[in-house]
Design a protein around this ligand. Sequence first.
Ligand code: PGA
Length: 265
Amino acid sequence: MRIPLIAGNWKMHGTLASATQLIEALKADAQELQGVDVVVLPPLVHLNLVHTLLNQSRIKLGAQNLYIGPQGAFTGEVSGPMLRDVGCRYVLVGHSERRSFFHEDLGIIAAKFKAALDANLTPILCVGETKQQREKNLTERVIGEQIETVIAMAGVESFARAVIAYEPVWAIGTGLTATPQQAQAVHAHIRKIFAQNNVDLAKALRILYGGSMKADNASALLAQPDIDGGLIGGASLEAGSFLSICRAAQEAKRVSTSAVAEKRG
Ligand code: PGA
């Protein structure tokens, strides 16, 4: 049984005041969200504040990026142990905005994945194809390569402590969403890559969908058997829409669990 996970990637948005407002609103309803793991990923400068505000809430904290080493003369960077020290449990690795705007290549991303695990953080490894790659039928190959380089550096067993987010680049922040069928096909492919190595690990691995997931399309996406949650950008900045997506996850996975129970009789 995979517990659904909904993570809010705030990207480079907000102020101390707006972060406070958003967390207070999420906290007010968080108790109702039994059966869903909820994570927020604020900008670095808001992590400490958000950690204090979350206090004993069931919402967990994560960061959007980390450096590959634990400490040293790396001006402007922040390490895994530092993130852990301010209360983070999760960290994004390989988001497509990092791959494209900040030129993070496969090797750097694999090293960051390993650095996250070394710091006892759960990496959320983002993978996905561009529009051109999809049109050229390269989706499976591109995603395979993105995953295989991480497996080569960190080992397949390390994914027992990680999460994957499938984020088609053409769907991020564009309002375009993969159809539930398109997303399911890629999620099933990702699970297959792991099943070739370790069937139990593949079954337990949480694979999130990201790319314009909103309150109105979340239920259909989350109803797919291999979609275990969402990485939410734009819609995570507004408490009402983020909570709706969390409820959709709760509902979709509750229904599918009871359907399985019924089928088993
Ligand atoms: P979006 O962003 O929901 O705004 O498309 C998703 C992401 O980049 O993680």
